[in-house]
Design a protein around this ligand. Structure first.
Ligand SMILES: [Fe+2]
Ligand SMILES: [Fe+2]
Length: 166
């Protein structure tokens, strides 16, 4: 199995996009089903964000300082998504704002993943090369074992809280 960091992150993106598609096709009236899908979305995003925030972004920033601006923009985009995730976790699926908030989350995360895949990952692949990407991926596989799974866990919101109180 490849441990290439970019391959692993793209697999996560694919899984997240599938969940987004499921939500969009669930039908507005399928409140309970939508609630279940959003639970899965929140779990997948919490784990993925943790791996990028704790491993991929800081390592890339360290090894490829030219990409610092991209990394900083990514932290901000994740921050917006984190806030929406935290709010959604506290909202009942039959609440007025549940569907709208999920739609905005889906739009903003889709934009962010598109940017990573089309623009950022190619630059990182060029800058780091095979061996470093495999080492990074191996590190992420280890990290995944202790990753938070819900936005309510303190380690999941650490970056968001840090940004708010800074
Ligand atoms: Fe990201
Ligand atoms: Fe990502």
């Amino acid at each position: 199995m490849s441990t290439d960091a970019i391959v692993l992150l793209k697999q996560d993106h694919k899984e997240i996009r599938n969940l987004f598609r499921k939500f969009n096709h669930a039908g507005e009236s399928a409140t309970q089903r939508q609630g279940q899908i959003v639970d899965q979305i929140l779990e997948a995003l919490t784990v993925h964000t943790y791996l990028e925030n704790e491993c991929m972004y800081p390592r890339v920033q360290e090894l490829l300082p030219d990409l610092t601006q991209d990394v900083l923009e990514s932290y901000e985009e994740h921050h917006v998504a984190d806030v929406l995730c935290a709010e959604l976790a506290a909202l009942r699926p039959d609440s007025d704002r549940f569907h709208a908030k999920t739609t905005v989350l889906i739009e903003s995360v889709t934009h962010h993943m598109d940017e990573e895949e089309q623009d950022w990952f190619p630059k990182v692949r060029e800058g780091l090369g095979r061996k470093q990407l495999q080492d990074l991926g191996a590190e992420m596989i280890e990290l995944k074992k202790k990753a938070p799974r819900s936005p309510a866990q303190p380690s999941a919101l650490k970056k968001t809280v840090d940004a708010l109180i800074r």
